[in-house]
Design a protein around this ligand. Structure first.
Ligand SMILES: Nc1ncnc2c1ncn2[C@@H]1O[C@H](COP(=O)(O)OP(=O)(O)OP(=O)(O)O)[C@@H](O)[C@H]1O
Ligand SMILES: [Mg+2]
Length: 334
């Protein structure tokens, strides 16, 4: 008999954050997907929050690595080491069955890599679920009903857009434009306008504090004082960055997300389109928290837009809730 002695777990293996859901308990771990390693010995020094603090601050012999990129595994060994740490932290030495999310539209090879990494990390068996489907379950959408729902999950690496009905994905689009691209647009803007070099963490702080998906509405938000290294003098320097300029800098990424939503709507049947008009589009993932995003999406699509409750938790909750289907998935695999 499978699963005896070990609780099944759901894992949201994200580009920015990894969450673990334990059957009967709910979400038991939320950590950044970061690993600090000694570059000479390859030994893991820190994982999660502790490793994230080290980004941009490491000496030559230490590297703070984000092993996931654009929603998929970029560094296999480091991902496996990170998962091992998180699995041990939540279930100890027990070998759980695991349900792990992957962005929609990933290749078989990319799926296989996730399953293998989970097994190397200590899972007895692993299954994958498409991230927008998990997000929709976690957001409480009626995924099993004969009614169309639309979910847009904006993470660090990917934006996954999907319409769902009768327990399956009807149409979906996944683009590699999400939170990380907002950050790099901000880094580029500060670089070219102030000759100032800032790190990923500073860019993320700017986005969270004064970022706005709407340029017009950004004029009501103030500016922020930031620090970095002057590219000409090489010395530390601080400048004031205006919200409206940040909004302009990230507009291309916002527009790409809107195009992906429109394309997904175009692929659906008139019935599902009608359902989406009635029930609205639901946003999940950390990117859903970008100020004024629901408004600009709603304006562009003429459809009401809502942010799910606890958007950062939806995918993990969805992987957790689909653990009850593990027996079915086992059978279909045989
Ligand atoms: N208040 C906020 N405003 C704007 N962006 C935010 C906010 N809070 C978090 N984010 C962004 O959300 C992203 C992380 O979201 P999430 O944890 O859903 O991603 P992920 O699941 O790890 O990534 P993916 O699903 O693409 O693999 C980061 O880019 C982070 O900067
Ligand atoms: Mg995610």
């Amino acid at each position: 008999m499978f699963g005896l002695g070990a609780k099944n777990i759901g894992i949201d293996l994200g580009t920015a954050n990894t969450l673990v859901y334990m059957e009967g308990k709910g979400i038991v771990l939320r950590e950044p997907s970061v690993v600090a390693k000694n570059t000479q010995t390859d030994k893991v020094i820190a994982v999660g929050s502790e490793a994230r603090e080290m980004i941009g601050r490491t000496p030559a012999n230490i590297a703070a690595i984000r092993p996931m990129k654009d929603g998929v595994i970029a560094d296999y060994d480091t991902t496996a080491a990170m998962l091992k740490y998180f699995i041990e932290k939540t279930v100890g030495n027990a070998k759980p069955s695991a349900m792990i999310c992957v962005p929609s539209g990933v290749t078989e090879v990319e799926k296989r890599a996730v399953i293998d990494a989970a097994r190397v990390a200590g899972a007895r068996e692993a299954f994958v679920i498409e991230e927008p489907f998990a997000a929709a379950i976690g957001a409480g959408l009626p995924v099993m009903d004969p009614t169309g729902s639309m979910v847009v999950d904006i993470g660090g690496g990917t934006t996954d857009v999907a319409t769902i009905s009768l327990g399956g994905i009807v149409s979906s689009t996944s683009i590699r434009q999400a939170g990380d691209k907002f950050n790099s647009a901000i880094i580029n803007y500060v670089h070219s306008n102030f000759n100032l070099l800032i790190g990923e963490r500073t860019a993320e702080d700017i986005k969270i504090q004064i970022g706005s998906a709407s340029v017009e509405k950004a004029t009501n938000i103030e500016s922020i004082n930031i620090r970095g290294r002057d590219l000409v003098s090489g010395l530390p320097k601080s400048v004031d960055v205006k919200a409206v300029d940040v909004a302009n800098a990230i507009q291309d990424v916002v527009q790409d997300i809107i195009v992906a939503i429109k394309e997904t709507l175009e692929q659906t049947s008139p019935e599902i389109a009608a359902d989406v008009i009635d029930h609205g589009i639901v946003l999940t993932g950390g990117g859903a928290l970008l100020k004024n995003l629901p408004d600009v999406i709603s304006e562009a699509t003429k459809v009401p837009v809502f942010i799910a409750q606890d958007p950062l938790d939806c995918v993990a909750l969805g992987t957790g809730k689909s653990l009850k289907n593990i027996e079915l998935m086992r059978k279909s695999r045989r």
